[in-house]
Design a protein around this ligand. Structure first.
Ligand code: ADP
Ligand code: ZN
Length: 618
């Protein structure tokens, strides 16, 4: 069905044909790491497993074999209707015949699509797993299928974090169509899940590609939670920094998502909220507004997740800690999918740990989830390169500091924290293991809170000895002390603090304690700005005129409005940047721009070329 390779580089070889198609339909020059290996394997009939981070370019791994196949349609299983529709839209915008069959379409439309498939007019068919398994036996055996692609394949495994029982029925595919290659793709799978995917789909000797999970374009930062006003200020700063782009503000609860949204809108920011409490219609509307750029910020709970396929999200802020590094990595991975610089900021607090700890207790898998939370907490408090921590969490070797996280960019100053620790330790000793972090900080700061007086804590010797530091500073320092093993938290006994043997030695002056100096979120961003300005001045051979890019974004917005499609479906930010660098003057030059395929060149070339010719700043 699929022609065999004639050897690399040879004229008319599989690779050469693939590169020609890549240029013609997508406007790309070369394959990304890993893509060609998978494409070659699948195109020659072999099963494959593809593990690539979000934004790595998984779709190409089945789209290209679908294009290379001389006959037949690739059947792509995807769990979410929104995801299917986005993919179909992006493909058709590039002139590739694709369609989706699912329960949101009318049956008449679905039938029409299937007629198109039978007639050989459709190269890629997106379908829900329910639908595929219901229909596959009714498909005529001579309906040629070039390949099956199982997107979000981790959904098949109970070991994964997003098990969907209906996915298990996909194990029947191989039996139904033994000769057709199956490619399974996912962004999140540990070893166990991976093996489970292979076993359940009954893949035979699959080609495996394990991509690197590194996302070097994401700037990683974590700060002690600056409180509601500080968080709002930070997010407003992000909006100002990226006036033409969008971002995500993750919140722990529906209520806090709504509150944040209201405050942003009160300040004139185009924002909306997204959580599981909204009606499906309201959710769909929010999703669409975000895709189309009519809202700039989504204040979301984790319900806003899979299916956010917008390539130009420039920042993600976590107002609270996620329960584990897997979730965190997936959530920040929604930013910067186009490979351009993007920022991910985490606000952490001891309060979050207490809340998340409760979820852990209720989860039924206490040991595993408590350990996952502990690793998340350690990441938040880390004083070594954050990317190294993330990569090693996913069992990837990381031998060098990344240079693009807050620790690498602004190494935190070290301070002698012995006296601070002694103050905190003495407060805990004098209250005999009855208090948690918040009460301790109140005692140290000499709080006049009623409960402090009621329990007689205002009469102990430690009361008020730390009044020179703010509440945020103390919370951060005590958090560090917990991380460093000065205290232990008795989660099973009202979260009270207990002094460890190390703590005892510090209290007696036998051991010193080094801490990292507290850094407020607001301070850190301006420092970072300076750092960025410096690196940019150094390393870009060809600086991009940002004003010109903004001008091109307006042209893109007009075209998007006219067509009623999201701006990034017209062109990605990366394309506009390349366009700004090259300033094409002729249709041929326009075709050279990154991401400009033949169809888009025909459709949009004139408008962009005349806009470029008219640009006043030339
Ligand atoms: P994933 O499904 O792994 O999250 P996608 O398949 O959505 O990632 O690809 C992410 C982005 O990368 C898309 O905008 C896609 O067009 C782009 N992309 C994929 N392959 C290439 C390539 N070879 N060259 C340039 N861009 C690519
Ligand atoms: Zn780093």
């Amino acid at each position: 069905m699929i022609p065999q390779s004639k050897g690399p580089g040879a004229p008319g070889s599989l690779e050469e044909r693939a590169l020609a198609l890549l240029r013609r339909f997508y406007g790309y020059r070369s394959f990304r790491p890993g893509q060609w290996g998978v494409i070659e394997a699948v195109a020659s009939g072999r099963d494959a497993v593809v593990l690539m981070p979000t934004g790595g370019g998984k779709s190409m791994c089945y789209q290209m074999p679908a294009l290379l196949a001389e006959r037949g349609c690739a059947v792509v299983v995807s769990p979410l209707i929104a995801l299917m529709n986005d993919q179909v839209e992006a493909l058709t915008a590039n002139g590739i015949p694709a369609a989706a069959v699912h329960s949101n379409n009318s049956e008449a439309y679905n039938r029409e699509v299937m007629d198109g498939v039978y007639a050989g007019k459709i190269k890629l068919l997106y379908i829900s797993p329910e639908r595929l398994m219901a229909d596959i036996d009714r498909w005529s055996p001579d309906m040629p299928v070039s390949l099956f692609a199982i997107d979000e394949a981790h959904c098949i495994s109970q070991w994964g974090h997003d098990f969907r029982p209906v996915y298990t029925s996909l194990s029947g595919i191989k039996e139904r169509r033994p000769g057709v290659p199956v490619v399974a793709l996912t962004a999140t799978a540990d070893r166990l899940t991976r093996d489970d995917i292979v076993a359940q789909l009954r893949l035979r000797n699959p080609y495996c590609y394990l991509g690197s999970f590194d996302r070097p374009n994401l700037t990683l930062r974590a700060f002690p939670n600056p409180g509601p006003a500080g968080r709002l200020r930070y997010i407003m700063d992000m909006v100002r920094k990226y006036p033409h782009d969008s971002g995500l503000a993750y919140c722990l609860s529906r209520r806090s998502a709504e509150a944040m949204d209201e405050k942003l809108r009160a300040r004139g920011i185009r924002s909306c909220c997204y959580h599981a409490g909204l009606s499906p219609a309201a959710r769909e509307a929010a999703h669409k507004a975000f895709l189309h750029g009519t809202v700039q910020v989504v204040c979301a709970t984790v319900a806003f997740g899979m299916g956010v396929d917008k390539s130009n999200i420039r920042w993600v802020v976590h107002n609270n800690m996620p329960p584990n590094i897997e979730s965190y990595y997936q959530e920040i991975g929604r930013a910067g999918r186009d490979g351009l610089p993007a920022e991910a900021t985490l606000f952490y607090s001891y309060g979050d740990i207490i809340t998340l700890r409760q979820f852990v207790e209720e989860s039924g898998r206490v040991a595993v989830n408590a350990e996952k939370l502990r690793r998340m907490d350690a990441y938040a408090h880390a004083r070594v390169c954050r990317r190294r921590i993330l990569l090693s969490y996913f069992s990837e070797e990381a031998v060098r500091d990344c240079g693009n996280c807050d620790i690498c960019l602004n190494p935190p100053a070290r301070i002698d924290g012995t006296v601070l620790a002694q103050k905190a330790l003495s407060g805990v000793m004098r209250t005999q293991g009855r208090i948690g972090v918040f009460t301790l900080v109140d005692i140290l700061r000499g709080s006049q809170r009623q409960e402090i007086r009621r329990d007689g804590y205002d009469r102990i010797k430690t009361f008020g000895v730390g009044a020179d530091l703010s509440r945020e500073e103390w919370l951060d320092y005590v958090g560090q002390m917990i991380q460093l093993g000065v205290f232990e938290v008795a989660y099973d006994r009202g979260n009270v603090l207990m002094v460890t043997p190390l703590g005892m030695r510090i209290l007696r002056g036998e051991e010193r304690l080094e801490l990292s100096e507290y850094v407020a979120a607001s301070q850190a961003v301006s420092a970072r700005e300076a750092a960025r300005a410096m690196t940019e001045a150094h390393d870009s051979e060809m600086p991009v005129d940002e004003r010109f890019v903004d001008y091109l974004k307006q042209v893109r917005m007009e075209l998007a409005r006219e067509e009623g499609r999201p701006p990034f479906m017209v062109f990605s930010d990366a394309s506009l940047q390349d366009m700004a660098r090259r300033r094409p003057r002729t249709p041929a030059e326009f075709l050279d721009v990154f991401g400009v395929g033949e169809l888009k060149a025909r459709k949009y070339g004139r408008r962009f070329l005349s806009a470029i010719a008219e640009y006043p700043g030339r």
